[in-house]
Design a protein. Sequence first.
Length: 560
Amino acid sequence: MKKLLPGSFNSLLIGISIGLISATGLFLTLDNSITTDTIIEGEKLIDIEFSEEQREQMLESVQQTPQAFSHIRELEMANDVPFPLYFNPIPPGKHIQKGEDLENSWHLPETDLPENMEELAFYTVHELAYLIKNQIISSVELTEFFLNRLEENDPKLEAVVTFTKERAMEQAEKMDQELAEGNYRGPLHGIPYGAKDLFAVEGYPTTWGATPYKDQVIDETATVIKKLDDAGAVLIAKSTLGALAYGDIWFDGRTNNPWNSDQGSSGSSAGSSSATAAGMMPFSLGTETLGSIVSPATRNGVTGLRPTFGRISRHGAMALSWTMDKVGPITRTVEDAALVFDAIRGADGYDHTVMDFPFNYRPKTDLSGMKIGYVEAAFSGDYEQKEMDNEVLTVLENLGAELVPIALPELPLQGMFNLLTAEGAAAFDQLTLTGQDEEMVWQDDNAWPNSFRSVRFLPAVEWIQMNRVRSLLIQQMDDAIADVDLYVSPSFRGANLLITNLTGHPSVVLKHGFAEENQPASITFIGHLFDEETLLSVSAAYQQATDFHTMHPPLFSVSE
């Protein structure tokens, strides 16, 4: 039991505290409209009942809180002001062997130009890289080809917020000139791509997909864009995202699924996934906080890599959740995802969550002797995609892997979504306080405006307790997968998506079949922290043993 300080010493401390507060001008006035009846009503929100004596004792402190809040709100902090507490996904006491970071050598398959040039739309990055490197096609020609395809097809999909044509042509011309002079930057040299419009690009709007920011221009360029510039890639467009990285509804419409244009493309990496699937760009950049790569990659039938939290810098990207936001590539193949990941990974001195670990990708992997886990509970029972999901296990077993059933941690995860929402509400505090949230197009109960308002009633103590549960989850997750090289799970069954976004584990999501009405379906591979090389190698081996990645949306495929 806590001891009370002697009265005289206690009085001395109070006197010192009052003196310090007075000297710094930190006195808070009392809001007398707050009474013990207010506290009684508040008890219903936090599910705790205090005694009348306790209410009287806390009343003065509670009456001070509105003014304490108002002083902070007057500061109007910008979205790029960082959170000072950095999330580290590595369990306490765990040492991840770094090893040596070797330079990856990428095999570029010998490729010819197609008779029908429109077929270039669905060439892989590796194939296009061969054409560029051997000067069979120029970067200018390839950039113009994809810009034209974007301009022609975007009205059907609404996947682009801003075309970056002037920047793209300048970069493409530069890449062609360098190549003519014998300077080849690597396999992304001269390759066009798109980036989700939450990455700042100097000289162009960065709208975050939301009406209040549709004219916003940020005078800097995000680290990942700079890294791709250095690799020689050519940014041709800033792609749509659901407003403030949620869903597929943005300030000027809804991004559509190229397999069924009557259906939204899911989000929030909506435009990146839709345009890549439709052959409007060879690859794109997305982000995930809680499903924003996995979900649209599934809906649009592309390959998405969500790297380990802390693998790629988010400097220059919109912050939604400082402890959950992750940047990743969206491509048509796993091998392309590995190539892009290699170009954008690593610390930059700005995002303090980023840690440098080696990435030594092996494009051809023998699965013999590998232990691949599968979430037994998620594969159990009758459900729509059961046959397709089980076929994945069969393919992996035929490739030589040993399948090991695993169980994910069972902790009280209900309400853990509030961790994300609370951070988002803080990141966009002024949006709520000024009423500009009413300008957002999506206003349903589950949309950000209502969520940001509602989560303001989340007590700080409960938020901290949720984070402590997250610490338990990190440790238990490490134990659960300790005996396997990686594991697979149906993309949306059970708690896998929530768990792995909370723990920061990397995943690859890819098409493994089709559901009703020719709608793509997906499976998810999940790796150990900072072990993208194994994750990508194994998922690539699976993908190469099937042909689903070669199937493209009929509405956008090249006619004979």
